[in-house]
Design a protein around this ligand. Structure first.
Ligand SMILES: [Fe+2]
Ligand SMILES: [Fe+2]
Length: 406
């Protein structure tokens, strides 16, 4: 060290850097010495900032060394100035770099882990040289306890001397970062519980839907049992309706609802006396009037339901005996006043009744029944749905053959 450089240290023993004793200009040495003196004074004032001066030679591999490292850093890390560079390098876990974005205005946070830092070391160094400084937060782990240091530095390039100096201050932000980490942990746990809760709600909803369907199926079975209608009628009916539902353009969900709602069309027969319901011979006008009440009875039974299944089932129960020309019952609705689900159901219900044997009639042949459906176009049935029914004969026939009516 030359005479005209005032040493910031009592003696050189305390100095562990390279510049003050190396082949550098007086100007550089003086500037560095005065910076070290300022930093020491700052520490003596009891500032929370931990000053440091790091240096590297870009032409010489860029390995960093410390010209000066505040005492607090030493007490925090337990390393001497000569070991600081190595200690920081070995104990770093993440580096969080903040960048201010102009368009759109935002603070960009980039987190790099240890292996990325290792890989990118020269690039990060060049970024600091180009950008004129570093604004980052480092996470370290020494003796199994993590701590965070915020680094703010200004980089000075001395091109003639081939050296770069980084004048920086570190501040211990462990408490703040621990808080941020616990917030992130809480948020992650909340997300996890929210996900769990959602799947629990989905499970419960599915269970409830299944339970509701079970109850309705039993109700349908009870009604069919009294009516003498077989389970196969219900099965075919649902399948015929699903074929027509999808060709009418119903969504998959709506068609599933239709599939499950259709079996309940005659649930109101539960309210009709056996003497009338099971009468073998022709019904008197009064008896037929009583039979007609099954639409309202069924609709009342299924009323006030909140699910789409119950709402569709109720509307089918009420209007599956309406006719396109207005001659049906109970309300005498015409054409599109009749809900679509009921227009579909009535075609399929009549078709299956025709192709099934009853105590008072034989089963019609498949083709005969199709002809009857065609004949009822614009009279009993919606013409468009009759056309779709005819178009879908192959699928209808498959359902008919898979579960043949008896
Ligand atoms: Fe009916
Ligand atoms: Fe039926």
């Amino acid at each position: 060290m030359t005479k005209n450089i005032s040493s910031p240290f009592g003696n050189l023993d305390q100095y562990t850097g390279r510049i003050l004793i190396g082949p550098y200009s007086h100007t550089l040495k003086n500037n560095l010495a005065s910076a070290i003196a300022h930093f020491k004074a700052l520490e003596q004032l009891g500032s929370a900032l931990i000053p440091y001066i790091a240096a590297w030679l870009p032409e010489d591999g860029g390995n960093i060394w410390y010209e000066y490292a505040g005492k607090t850093l030493h007490s925090l890390l337990g390393f001497h100035t000569t070991e600081v560079a190595e200690a920081l390098r070995d104990n770093i876990i993440t580096r969080c770099l903040y960048r201010i974005q102009k368009n759109p205005p935002a603070i960009d946070k980039i987190i790099r882990d240890k292996s990325q830092i290792e890989r990118m070391r020269p690039a990060l160094r060049r970024m600091a040289e180009r950008g004129g400084g570093v604004d980052a937060i480092y996470k370290f782990e020494v003796n199994s306890s993590p701590f965070w240091l915020k680094d703010l530095s200004r980089v000075e390039i001395h091109e003639r001397e081939g050296v770069v100096l980084s004048y920086g201050t570190l501040i211990d932000v462990t408490k703040e970062m621990q808080l941020e980490e616990s917030l992130i942990k809480v948020q992650t746990e909340l997300e996890f519980h929210k996900g769990n809760l959602e799947s629990l709600v989905e499970d419960r909803t599915r269970e409830l839907q299944k339970a509701q369907l079970d109850v309705l199926t039993r109700l349908t079975q009870a009604a069919s049992f009294r009516d003498g209608v077989t389970g196969d009628h219900i099965k075919r009916l649902s399948q015929y309706c699903a074929v027509l539902g999808s060709s009418c353009g119903l969504s998959k969900t709506a068609n599933t609802v239709l599939y499950h709602a259709v079996p309940m069309h005659d649930v109101g027969k539960l309210g009709i006396a056996d003497a009338i319901l099971q009468k073998q011979g022709p019904l008197s006008d009064d008896e037929f009037e009583i039979i007609k009440t099954h639409c309202h009875v069924g609709s009342d039974l299924l009323s006030k339901g909140k699910s789409s299944l119950l709402r569709v089932a109720q509307s089918i129960a009420l209007s599956h005996h309406e006719r396109w020309d207005g001659s049906g019952y109970p309300q005498g609705l015409t054409d599109r006043q009749i809900p679509l689900a009921s227009r579909i159901t009535s075609i399929c219900d009549v078709f299956d009744a025709l192709t099934s044997a009853r105590p008072y009639k034989k089963a019609w042949h498949f083709e005969e029944a199709v002809d009857e459906i065609r004949r009822q176009r614009n009279i009993h049935f919606d013409p468009k749905i009759v056309d779709l029914f005819v178009k879908k004969i192959p699928q209808i026939k498959k359902v008919y053959q898979d579960t043949p009516p008896v």
